[in-house]
Design a protein around this ligand. Structure first.
Ligand code: 4AD
Ligand code: MG
Length: 462
């Protein structure tokens, strides 16, 4: 069987030849002795037009009754059609029904809303939009692996079940084998976690960073790329309870190196996807964001902007009447602030660095001013924060004080602290929200539409 992608690539080679292709019927129509099927097998964004005639196939009547969504196998001749919309089509000699579809197939030939399509996650990959989104998602993931591997980074697999809370925000999903309704109790009436599978409380990871740091202290440059879980209750268009994160970690490197790698990675990945998925990107540009390709192209050309948090606050204070949330030194930047900075003030991606320590995580390196940390977020138009990273605190005494500052128990971080005792070095890293990158690449504005099976509050079917 010939994949439609291969036919699309080399259709002149197949001209006048007989081929066999498979796929699902996207549309079907007929008049008298002639009919047309638009077919797609998922290997390419482009549909194939199949022409069938009563005089050429032996089951014409049967084929005209095929419903949209049916799986079929077609053998026929490739015919070039330079004067038509599509450059070639297939004239069928034989059409076999592999799997029928019933007339109530939900994806009929009309534009369905994204909300409706969310309610049928099991079928939506067959629509144009999700065919394009999930292929771009796949190609983007490949580009990320390619970028880091070309630079000698080791792909580190960090655990999904862990006892530590990397971000210290307490937004973890518990993993337990205890009965939630009647858990075993200790003599003083507390849940007896010694009877739990791991003998202590465990949770799904919120970030692989701490383990990635261990790997970086052996391999120098590493990256993780895997699922992460957050029990944030925030019901927004950019938060999911299960999302994928890319977390590079680099030894002997500081915050400037960190920003350099972020920028190189973003440009590399965008270039790769633009070059690899021209049809999908043209589709997004037409139906989702008319500026998309122009914006991505210009991003690859210029350097990203950079401001410190303190400078960002000064800039935002000049526009305070624009915001719902107040702006002041020490405030956590809200999405509206982030988007204003990148969309209205800089009009391109912008790094914000050196945040107040109290709004960031315990592991970030304390700056000499004792008030800010060597943190950096990358904000992009349309989304806001897409990357969060920092230089890590390598000084054991300062790190201990930081745990105390955040009221975290050093006992829970003993191995992380010991890393600093055994040849700890200056090091840095970041976390890229993979779904947010896919949103940025496609112009799709809801995180639920870039995850094949999104997990958000209250939704975990399939
Ligand atoms: O800023 P965050 O919380 O940083 C960390 O987890 C660090 N440990 C990363 C590191 O330095 N290795 O998360 C990193 C990125 C965010 O910038 C955002 O893009 C994404 O992960 N993210 C989410 N994406 C979707 N849904 C959520 N609930 C997300 N929370 C964070
Ligand atoms: Mg962050």
């Amino acid at each position: 069987r010939l994949e439609l992608a291969a036919l699309y690539r080399d259709f002149t080679v197949y001209a006048a030849k007989e081929v066999t292709v498979c796929g699902w019927v996207k549309t079907i129509r007929d008049s008298k002795a002639l009919g047309f099927i638009e077919l797609n097998d998922g290997s390419t964004f482009k549909n194939l037009q199949v022409v069938f005639e009563e005089s050429k196939i032996n089951n014409f009547k049967e084929v005209t009754k095929f419903n949209v969504g049916s799986a079929v196998i077609v053998t026929g001749t490739v015919v070039l059609t330079p004067e038509a919309k599509q450059p070639y089509e297939i004239h069928a000699a034989q059409i076999t029904l592999e799997g029928a579809s019933t007339p109530d197939y939900p994806l009929q030939k009309k534009r369905h809303s994204l909300e409706f399509l969310r309610s049928i996650s099991y079928l939506r990959p067959r629509t144009n939009t999700f065919n394009a989104v999930f292929r771009v998602r796949s190609v983007t993931a490949y580009a990320i692996h390619k970028f880091f591997n070309e630079r000698g980074f080791v792909y580190a697999h960090t655990p999904l079940i862990t006892a530590s809370d990397c971000e210290g925000a307490g937004e973890m999903f518990r993993v337990t084998t205890l009965d939630p309704v009647n858990p075993p109790l200790t003599e003083d009436g507390r849940v007896d976690f010694s009877q739990d599978f791991f003998g202590k409380p465990a949770n799904l990871t919120v970030s692989g960073q701490l383990e990635a740091e261990c790997m970086a202290m052996a391999f120098g440059n590493v990256y993780t790329f895997g699922p992460t879980f957050r029990a944030e209750k925030s019901n927004t268009t950019r938060h999911a309870a299960e999302f994928w994160m890319v977390e590079p970690e680099m030894a002997f490197a500081d915050l400037d190196d960190d920003m350099r790698i972020v920028q190189e990675m973003m440009k590399y990945v965008i270039r790769y996807v633009l070059d690899t998925c021209p049809d999908e990107m043209a589709f997004f540009n037409q139906f989702y964001d008319k500026e998309l390709i122009a914006r991505l192209e210009s991003l690859v050309e210029a350097d990203f902007a950079h401001v410190t948090y303190t400078e960002a606050i000064e800039l935002l204070e000049q526009h305070k009447d624009q915001f719902e949330y107040p702006v002041f030194w020490g405030c956590d930047l809200q999405t509206e602030h982030e988007r204003y900075l990148t969309e209205q003030i800089f009009k391109k991606p912008v790094f914000v660095t050196d945040y107040p320590r109290e709004i960031k995580a315990f592991y970030m390196r304390l700056n000499d001013d004792q008030k800010t940390v060597a943190a950096m977020d990358l904000l992009v138009p349309g989304i806001g924060e897409i990357v969060g990273g920092s230089q890590r605190e390598e000084r054991l005494d300062v790190l201990l004080k930081s745990l105390e500052y955040f009221k975290l128990d050093p006992k829970d971080y003993s191995w992380y602290l010991d890393l600093r005792k055994y040849g700890g070095t200056k090091h840095c890293g970041f976390g890229l929200g993979f779904e947010r990158l896919v949103m940025y690449m496609t112009g799709v504005s809801n995180i639920r539409d870039v995850l094949p099976f999104p997990r958000t509050t209250g939704s975990a079917e399939y």
